[in-house]
Write a protein that binds this ligand. Structure first.
Ligand SMILES: Cc1cc2nc3c(=O)[nH]c(=O)nc-3n(C[C@H](O)[C@H](O)[C@H](O)COP(=O)(O)OP(=O)(O)OC[C@H]3O[C@@H](n4cnc5c(N)ncnc54)[C@H](O)[C@@H]3O)c2cc1C
Length: 514
């Protein structure tokens, strides 16, 4: 079997951004490459390429980016994206209105004036617009690179399930095709760019009501239609109750879809969210502050002789006022940079602990959502249709009539309770599971076989500044979170601008002669 030179598993934006960089670097170095034309392969289990989960058909057309565009796209690429949106405006505006219904209508009414005034930076854009842009750019660049003899390109629609390292340094990638047949690919350089690890299954077998394990699989639009059908046709509207486990970005996104859908909003008597924080992401505060007091960090600076746990505790304490009236990101930024400065005197092990453990707690405190999402949650709360419980999900069981599910949870004091009313639907919006118990066969195999090591965060894979996690195996995307080296030092990489920052470095590694 002839080895393929560069193989990507996963074709989300992390791969698209890297492929764009690869082509740009190949063009610059085309003379040096000579006759050695690399074969680039992309393995993706979904039929759609380059958009991944957030920016393609698995998300609703109404799903918005988490931050305004200015914070979403790396400065270098922003003007090109705006130009694309402006040039295509006559196409996407009517298309968006047609696809997104009442929610899109409202979004366009609120945002077109800003867009017409060129204020794109402030807009929380529908995510698929970015997906369309990045996919069109990647496809165009690939076509001309192939035509110009810079590379050969192949795709496989398949799920990668395992990796076997071979003595000559290549890796054998096992693929499961859509018809469940297995095949192998021999890879010289293999990039795992599979997004965040999947969530844990919350309910097995028949639990009475409908269980939605992953709102984006096969698609959020399909799940919303199923909810609309179920709740609008139930015999007893007063009992239409929805349970969401987790209060992160996908949870508040679901509330936005519910609140904006007139039928569903009317039909759904109550939505209950349960999560350990008991809080949805914050809104972003635009308040301008003249100073950023950090008494706890200041006290540590004066005292000296601290360790990472104390430093993190002080940072968390100083974070409280920065989040008191929504997330004031300038204040948060000042706390983060002071914490990083104070970390300079600590050893590498403690710094590693910060990126993999403590910083994630900090990040969880300042999760944000845009005004559209926050407005929807507020509307449901004010109408008495939304309840948020601070507690931990334990289990669901079949209700008395066999058609509903009953929630057992532990409250903030650790007491086990049963929620007094049954639910028709359970939606899993929890975060990624630790990699050693991952329900992704690929991740589970490579970690438990000892091929790649999990980093301290439990959610990321240990990788060096050359992105290598094992001979010939490179990591890109959210699985790089929790690493700390000269180049990759992020507590999370679920972030397009950070992926854009890393893509040229990875492309360079992939084009290096072995
Ligand atoms: C719903 C959602 C909304 C988000 N919103 C934002 C936002 O607004 N702003 C922001 O900066 N970030 C956001 N993020 C963070 C997000 O992780 C990154 O922006 C980005 O999508 C990561 O890209 P990726 O290519 O690494 O992952 P993904 O987009 O998840 O793509 C990974 C791809 O790998 C494929 N795959 C997985 N396993 C296998 C396998 N074994 N074999 C073959 N194919 C496989 C998947 O089908 C998928 O297409 C969001 C994430 C999600 C899930």
């Amino acid at each position: 079997m002839q080895p393929k030179d560069i193989v990507f598993v996963g074709a989300g934006v992390a791969t698209a951004l890297t492929v764009i960089e690869l082509i740009e670097q190949l063009r610059r170095e085309s003379v040096a490459q000579g006759a050695n034309i690399p074969t680039l392969v992309v393995v993706e289990k979904n039929a759609e390429l380059w958009k991944g989960i957030p920016y393609g058909h698995r998300s609703s057309p109404n799903a918005l980016v988490i931050t305004p565009i200015a914070d979403f796209i790396y400065e270098r690429d922003r003007q090109e994206f705006y130009a694309y949106l402006q040039n295509e405006q006559d196409t996407w505006v009517p298309d968006h209105r047609a696809r997104g219904g009442a929610i899109a209508d409202k979004w366009l009414t609120d945002n077109l004036p800003k867009i017409d005034q060129g204020e794109w930076d402030k807009v929380y854009t529908p995510r698929y617009l970015f997906g369309n842009y990045i996919a069109a750019k990647t496809e165009t660049m690939l076509k001309s690179a192939v035509a110009d003899g810079l590379l050969k390109f192949e795709t496989y629609q398949a799920a990668a399930t395992d990796i076997t390292p071979l003595p000559d340094g290549t890796n054998l990638l096992t693929l499961e095709l859509p018809n469940k047949a297995e095949t192998d690919l021999l890879c010289r350089k293999l990039v795992l760019s599979v997004g965040s690890a999947p969530v844990k299954t919350l309910a097995h077998g028949d639990v009475g009501g409908l269980y939605i394990h992953d709102i984006y699989e096969p698609s959020a639009t399909g799940h919303m239609k199923a909810l609309e059908h179920l709740f609008c046709n139930s015999g007893d509207p007063a009992h239409n109750r929805l349970l969401i486990v987790g209060s992160n970005a996908s949870s508040i996104e679901l509330l936005y879809h519910i609140a904006g859908n007139p039928l569903l909003r009317q039909a759904l008597a109550k939505t209950v969210i349960i999560s350990p924080s008991g809080a949805l992401p914050l809104h972003t505060s635009t308040q301008k502050l003249t100073e950023y007091p950090m008494p706890a960090l200041q006290a540590l600076r004066e005292r000296g002789g601290y360790e990472i746990v104390e430093l993190s505790k002080a940072a968390l304490a100083d974070m409280q006022p920065a989040l008191a009236n929504g997330a004031n990101m300038d204040f948060v930024g000042a706390i983060v940079s002071t914490t990083l400065q104070l970390m300079d005197v600590l050893d590498d092990q403690q710094k590693r602990e910060f990126y993999a453990i403590h910083a994630i707690k900090m990040r969880d405190m300042f999760r944000r959502a845009g005004p559209e999402y926050k407005g929807a949650a507020l509307m449901l709360t004010e109408a008495g249709r939304l309840e948020i419980i601070k507690g931990r999900f334990v289990a669901v069981a079949k209700g008395d009539n066999g058609l509903t599910l009953t929630l057992t949870y532990t409250d903030a004091d650790g007491l086990e309770k049963t929620y007094p009313e049954p639910f028709q639907v359970l939606v899993n919006c929890t975060g990624s599971q630790n990699l050693d118990v991952s329900e992704s066969p690929l991740i589970n195999h490579i970690v438990n076989k000892g091929l790649c090591a999990m980093n301290l965060s439990g959610k990321g894979i240990d990788a060096g500044e050359d992105f290598l996690a094992a001979p010939g195996i490179y990591i890109m995307g959210p699985l790089l979170g929790g690493n700390m080296n000269k180049l990759i030092h992020f507590w999370q990489l679920e972030n397009v601008s950070r992926l854009s920052y890393l893509a040229p470095y990875l492309a360079k590694e992939l084009l290096k002669a072995e």
